[in-house]
Design a protein around this ligand. Structure first.
Ligand SMILES: *Cc1c(COP(=O)(O)O)cnc(C)c1O
Length: 370
């Protein structure tokens, strides 16, 4: 068969390790997974209720226009229904954008390290990829701008950025948007938007009014706790949405996901509570890192990238054998770090205890020169 040759260079997405396999391997009773930035408190009860009470027939295709969810979300966000596009997760929208705009004669600009799927999809489409290194964990918008030329069809911004947790400040974003050519689509991936607490964070959706080449991506997978149902969305000028729609599969968002997401929007109290708990535990992690002289990036998300100054895989393996699955920074472009999802208070206390064991062990190895 004549596969696209770029496909042969790719490996499938490596998800966090499955808890069952780890349990067996290390003979553990419980496993705490803090690897995929899922909400440790689950989802809103309203979403669960909607799943039970919505009369759905599994034999019937979902509403391809996601009408109820579209109307509910439009009203919640203060946008017009035609300013929204829905995806089977925001991953699916990244794929649609790539499919619609990238090809071997185009190039695409992104930060590095950042969320892996921008590059992955660009490779599949055969586009030239221009990666601009982060500076202190943040996007270098000036260099990204310098990387743009007349063949740049898409620029990817991730704010807050995965895996660093840092955000793009408004003045930098606006001056960037002012200078990006109008034929270049700017994608602002805000998967962690609801976790942001920085007081100077902006209403990015309003920017889509001033900059018709901007699309904002958000998801129900992170703070909304609906990752398994796969619902993400994009907000942009209706002209962009209209142009993207033919690249969308007709029934890409399933009925259960639509019902649960709509109900979940109606419970902002849950979102607020999750965010507050997240902040509290995050500051506990900061404190621990400061006490133990571990460097980290201040996070606007529900994860934190910590630098252990040793091979990240080693830290990962140590934690794994004690029942905690985190993400080694090695595959994320930070070889001496691990990325940890903020869990519940109890999960976090357990984790910090085990990290402490690791640090003690490391210290004694250093002392004995092992
Ligand atoms: C998790 C994540 C996504 C994907 O979310 P889904 O909506 O579940 O596909 C997109 N972007 C970033 C930066 C993420 O961390």
């Amino acid at each position: 068969m004549r596969w696209k040759k770029q496909l042969l260079t790719l490996t499938p997405y490596q998800p966090g390790r499955s808890t069952e396999s780890v349990k067996k391997l290390y003979n553990l009773e419980t496993i705490i997974k803090l690897a995929s930035n899922e909400n440790p408190y689950g989802c809103s009860n309203k979403a669960l209720e909607a799943l039970q009470t919505t009369s759905l027939s599994m034999a019937i295709y979902p509403d391809g226009y996601a009408t109820s969810l579209r109307e509910g979300l439009a009203s919640f966000l203060g946008v017009k229904p035609e300013e929204l596009i829905f995806g089977n997760g925001s991953d699916n929208i990244i794929q649609m954008i790539s499919r619609a705009l990238l090809h071997p004669d185009a190039n695409t600009v992104m930060a590095v390290p950042t969320f892996s799927q921008y590059k992955h999809n660009a490779v599949i489409e055969g586009a030239a990829i221009r990666e601009v290194p982060l500076v202190n964990g943040e996007h270098d918008l000036e260099q990204m701008l310098a990387a743009i030329d007349e063949n740049t069809n898409v620029v990817w911004l991730c704010s807050p950025n995965n895996p660093t947790g840092t955000y793009i400040p408004e003045n930098k974003l606006v001056s960037f948007l002012e200078k990006v050519p109008t034929q270049t689509l700017v994608v602002l991936d805000e998967a962690y938007y609801e976790y942001v607490v920085a007081e100077d964070y902006y209403q990015s959706i309003n920017l889509t009014r001033n900059y018709p080449n901007l699309i904002v991506l958000r998801t129900f997978s992170k703070i909304y706790g609906l990752a398994s149902l796969r619902v993400g969305y994009g907000v942009a000028n209706p002209a962009i949405i209209k142009a993207l729609e033919p690249a969308r599969e007709p029934f890409n968002v399933n009925s259960l996901g639509q019902a649960a997401a709509l109900a979940a929007i109606g419970d902002q109290e849950f979102i607020e509570e999750c965010n507050q708990k997240n902040r509290k535990i995050l500051s506990r992690i900061y404190e621990f890192c400061d006490q133990n002289k571990l460097e980290y990036y201040p996070s606007q998300t529900n994860f934190i990238l910590i630098d252990f100054k040793v091979d990240g895989d080693k830290v990962f393996q140590f934690l794994l054998e004690k029942g905690y699955i985190v993400r080694s920074g090695k595959a994320l472009g930070f070889p001496t770090c691990v990325r940890i999802t903020v869990g519940t208070e109890e999960e976090n206390e357990g984790l910090l205890k085990v990290i402490n064991e690791f640090l003690v062990k490391r210290e004694s190895e250093e002392l004995t020169g092992k």
